[in-house]
Design a protein around this ligand. Structure first.
Ligand code: AMP
Ligand code: ZN
Length: 123
């Protein structure tokens, strides 16, 4: 079985990243696609996915270091762009559910970025 590949067959987030399924896109480049979560926990809640189909953090390899670093560096920039405060009491929350016991439901690696005034619906 291939856990990290460009094989997108049947994968929801591959279909979103290629535009086959519509989403509320925030950002896109050659490696990364970012869109609003359909069921937000917080006033701002978006998902960052690599365009490469990597099943989860469980399956990342050395070769993915640059990609993952790039995504984490991008996260606060997009969070600010989406209106989240970075100064004072501001901030944001990053969640990467990994594997079934880790609470992962969609098996294409994704970074949740959540923020905004509390209380939140969840989290
Ligand atoms: P996880 O439990 O980490 O796998 O989270 C999957 C996330 O994907 C959940 O927060 C869902 O609300 C979100 N989600 C599922 N389908 C879609 C969709 N079509 N567009 C945007 N977000 C989605
Ligand atoms: Zn995928």
């Amino acid at each position: 079985m291939t856990h990290a590949s460009n094989d997108s067959a049947g994968c929801l987030f591959c279909k979103i990243a290629t535009g086959k399924i519509p989403s509320k896109k925030i950002y896109e480049d050659d490696d990364v696609f970012v869109f609003h979560d359909i069921n937000p926990w917080a006033p701002v809640h978006f998902l960052m996915v690599p365009k490469e189909h990597i099943e989860s953090l469980v399956f990342v390899q050395e070769q993915h270091s640059v990609l993952l670093g790039k995504m984490l560096v991008l996260a606060p920039k997009l969070a600010a762009q989406e209106g989240l405060r970075m100064e004072g009491d501001g901030g944001f929350r990053i969640v990467i559910n990994s594997g079934k016991e880790g609470g992962q439901e969609v098996f294409h690696l994704h970074i949740h970025v959540m923020g905004g005034p509390r209380p939140w619906k969840r989290g």
